[in-house]
Design a protein around this ligand. Structure first.
Ligand code: SF4
Length: 318
């Protein structure tokens, strides 16, 4: 555990009421992230990973638990006190175009956040737009373009430039490469790595694909129906996946073979993710788990240590 983490999430839960029914989106999640590191959140859609990212940024309020940013408890911080901290906590979306006005030029879109936060003069902000475009590998004339004139990869670079414009410490990257072609994904991931190294950025990297988080993350939490089922340093998680859900997620990744004649056995997770309105009894993964026994159907497993810094929540462990 880092001694002085930039982000500390302690026993955080979030529930939504939808048409009179309660949905448990995130349940009792805890983790810490050291400055300059990447924490990967992985799971199928509906696992609660995006909700968790938004809870950390205080775009959503937690029902229970505590969130600390840079040593300050922000869980219930009023908006006025939260405002200066918002500059330090930014987000990159899967679809950056959705958060941009189609009638605003790219230059205006990048300048916008700086203006809202009253950073610099008009002249210094325009200079900063040029610097940011160069930083994300785009020519200066792109500032005159409109969002619909750019490719998906270029737009994601603009999304990154907008996030950087406020000099953040933390960026939540919410599926930032999922909608891009594989070759563009690699370029964007390399850019994020380069920026992290140069600016000591801290990332929460959200993805449904373990292969993508493996590449960037120092530590990974695997989420299933709003609960962390396994958490470990990235290397340990890939070397010794201990929860059956993580194991199946890993078996569904296409790996580059060392021997071109070798064949990889691909496994896909059985069934659909259950409804979060009515999660299964006992271990919520039991209807899809190839190792489920009677005890799994009735008793909820608790997190157990596989190693000092590696935990998994399964009756088979320990
Ligand atoms: Fe599978 Fe049982 Fe472990 Fe759940 S507790 S993951 S059902 S073996």
């Amino acid at each position: 555990m880092p001694t002085n983490p930039l982000v500390k999430v302690e026993n955080v839960s979030k529930r939504f009421r939808v048409r009179g029914r309660e949905l448990h989106a995130v349940s009792n999640v805890s983790f810490e992230i050291e400055a300059g590191k990447t924490f990967g959140l992985v799971g199928e859609s509906g696992s609660g990973k995006s909700t968790l990212g938004r809870l950390v940024l205080r775009l959503l309020d937690a029902n229970e638990g505590r969130i600390t940013f840079n040593g300050k408890d922000i869980t219930n911080l009023p908006n006025r006190q939260l405002r200066p901290l918002r500059q330090e906590m930014q987000i990159i979306f899967q679809d950056p175009q959705a958060s941009m006005s189609p009638r605003m030029t790219i230059g205006r879109a990048i300048e916008d956040a700086m203006e809202i936060h009253k950073i610099g003069t008009k002249q210094s902000r325009r200079k900063r737009v040029d610097e940011l475009l160069e930083r994300v590998g785009l020519p200066s004339f792109v500032k005159y373009a409109f969002p619909h004139e750019l490719s998906g990869g270029q737009l994601q670079r603009i999304g990154i430039a907008r996030a950087l414009s406020l000099n953040p410490k933390l960026i939540v990257c919410d599926e930032p490469v999922s909608a891009l072609d594989v070759s563009i994904q690699v370029q964007v991931i390399h850019l994020l790595q380069e920026l992290q190294r140069d600016l000591n950025l801290t990332y929460i990297f959200i993805a449904h694909n373990l292969a993508v988080v493996e590449y960037l993350s120092d530590e990974i939490a695997v989420l299933y129906l709003g609960e962390v089922v396994e958490q470990a340093p990235a290397e340990k998680l890939f070397k010794n996946p201990s929860h059956p859900y993580t194991q199946v997620l890993l078996q569904s990744i296409l790996k580059i073979p060392e021997d071109p004649s070798s064949r990889q056995k691909m496994t896909h997770i059985q069934g659909e993710i259950p409804s979060p309105f009515n999660p299964p009894s006992g271990c919520t993964f039991h209807p899809r788990c190839p190792f489920a026994t009677d005890v799994c159907r009735t008793q909820k497993p608790v997190a157990k240590h596989v190693d000092d810094d590696h935990k998994a929540t399964c009756h088979l462990i320990g």
